[in-house]
Design a protein around this ligand. Structure first.
Ligand SMILES: [Zn+2]
Length: 276
C-alpha cells in the first residue's frame, strides 16, 4: 500500500483507496504501528511529564536561537496541520545550546490543537492538557540533508511550546491572519519576513528527553526541548486555528481539529530539567 511521505507534520494518507474496507478508524493513532512499526518503539513521543519525578541536570546549558526572518518562505495547509516553511539550504535560522551537540537549522514550524480549548497539546504536564502545542523543527546539518538527519538519534531538535488560553498574542495573529489564504487542504501561500522567536515566552527553562515525531512514520530522531512557560493566546485566536479545514476546496467542509497524538509509554527514558 502506498503512503505519502509524512514527516511530523503530515499524518499518513492512504493513497490507494480502492478497498473501501480501510475504515476511517484505521487511520487513528492506535493503528499507526500496523503500517509504521516505529510507532510502538522505545522512544516515542509525546509523553506525559510528571514534574515531581523530573531531575534538574546542572550540566544542561541555556539554549539560544539566531533566526533570520527573511528565511521564512510559505505557509501551507496539508489537511493535517498548518505549517510555515523556512529556507534551510544553508545556516540561516539556527538553534544552539541546550542539550544539543551543535547548531541545528530551522526547517518548519506547525501546531497541534484540539476541538475545544480544554485539550489539544500532545505532551501533558502533571496531567494538564494545553489548548495547543507549537513545534519548531530543526535539523543537524552535520548529516548534510534533512532526510539523512531523520535516521540519526540526534538528527532533529524540536522546540515545543504549549499554548494556554489567556491574553491575545499579537505576534501569533500574524500567522492566524495568513490562514485565510490556506483555508483548505493543499493550499499554500507566501509567508515571508517572519521570525518565530517573537512567539517565544520570556522564560527559557526547558525539559528535555529523547523522542520521536508524533506523526507517522514516527522516526526516533528527536531531541525535545519543551519549554516550561506556555505562550498565551486568546480563545478567539484558538477558534481561528480551528476554522481551517482538513478537506479540499471541492469537498464538503471538514474542520481541521484534533490533530494531536496521545501520550506514549516513557519506557526506559529519563526527562531532565534545565532548572531547579
Ligand atoms: Zn508536531
Amino acid at each position: 500500500m502506498a503512503t505519502s511521505q509524512c514527516l511530523h507534520r503530515s499524518l499518513p494518507v492512504i493513497s490507494s483507496q480502492k478497498h473501501c474496507n480501510i475504515s476511517h478508524h484505521k487511520k487513528s493513532p492506535d493503528h499507526w504501528h500496523e503500517l509504521f512499526p516505529n510507532a510502538k518503539g522505545e522512544n516515542q513521543s509525546p509523553i506525559e511529564l510528571h514534574t515531581k519525578d523530573i531531575k534538574h541536570d546542572p550540566s544542561l546549558q541555556p539554549w539560544s536561537v539566531s533566526y533570520d526572518g527573511g528565511s521564512a518562505k510559505t505557509i501551507l495547509n496539508n489537511g493535517k496541520t498548518c505549517r510555515v516553511v523556512f529556507d534551510d539550504t544553508y545556516d540561516r535560522s539556527m538553534l544552539r545550546g541546550g542539550p544539543l551537540p551543535g547548531p541545528y537549522r530551522l526547517r518548519q514550524f506547525h501546531l497541534h490543537w484540539g476541538s475545544s480549548d480544554d485539550h489539544g497539546s500532545e505532551h501533558t504536564v502533571d496531567g494538564v492538557k494545553y489548548a495547543a502545542e507549537l513545534h519548531l523543527v530543526h535539523w543537524n546539518p552535520k548529516y548534510n540533508t534533512f532526510k539523512e538527519a531523520l535516521k540519526q538519534r540526534d538528527g532533529i531538535a524540536v522546540i515545543g511550546i504549549f499554548l494556554k488560553i489567556g491574553r491575545e498574542k499579537g505576534e501569533f495573529q500574524i500567522v492566524l491572519d495568513a490562514l485565510e489564504k490556506i483555508k483548505t487542504k493543499g493550499k499554500e501561500a507566501p509567508f515571508t519576513k517572519f521570525d518565530p522567536s517573537c512567539l517565544f515566552p520570556a522564560c527559557r527553562d526547558y525539559w528535555t528527553y529523547q523522542g520521536s515525531f508524533t506523526t507517522p512514520p514516527c522516526e526516533e530522531c528527536i531531541v525535545w526541548l519543551l519549554l516550561k512557560e506556555p505562550m498565551t493566546v486568546s480563545s478567539d485566536q484558538m477558534a481561528k486555528l480551528r476554522s481551517l479545514l482538513s478537506s479540499a476546496e471541492n469537498e464538503p467542509p471538514v474542520p481541521l481539529v484534533g490533530n494531536w497524538r496521545p501520550p506514549q509509554p516513557i519506557k526506559n527514558r529519563v526527562v531532565r530539567a534545565s532548572f531547579k
